[in-house]
Design a protein around this ligand. Structure first.
Ligand code: FES
Length: 115
């Protein structure tokens, strides 16, 4: 059974192998959504992209899904959608990960890829 350390919450939990991070967090009462997204999310269907977490190491997680590739094009590989990430080993999970770029670079990048 994998041990998961939620670094922002300073909480270590043991979870069943092969379960997704969104379900694990919900069972433990840990919040993975920021602000209004606690109510406005797709309930784990991989459509909204609001359940971002950073997971290290990636070797213990399921491969990136198509939904993650579509929703997280500009992020590094450690940022995942909790609802699409199934864990099979010990890992550290960070909720509300910061974008790799600064706010301004992120906006410029988003503008460029939308054109
Ligand atoms: S809950 Fe919507 S993408 Fe994960």
């Amino acid at each position: 059974m994998p041990k998961l350390y939620f670094s922002r919450e300073f909480k270590e939990i043991v979870a069943p192998e092969g379960r997704d991070l969104r379900t694990i967090a919900a069972e433990q009462g840990l919040q993975i959504y920021a602000g209004l997204h606690q109510l406005l999310n797709c309930r784990g269907r991989g459509l909204c992209g609001t359940c971002k977490v950073r997971v290290k190491p990636q070797e213990v997680c399921s491969p990136r899904t198509g939904a993650e590739i579509a929703k997280l094009p500009q992020t590094d590989d450690t940022v995942r959608l909790a609802c699409q990430t199934f864990v099979f080993g010990d890992a550290e999970v960070q909720t509300f990960p910061r974008p790799r770029q600064g706010w301004m670079e992120h906006k410029v990048y988003q503008h460029l890829i939308e054109e």
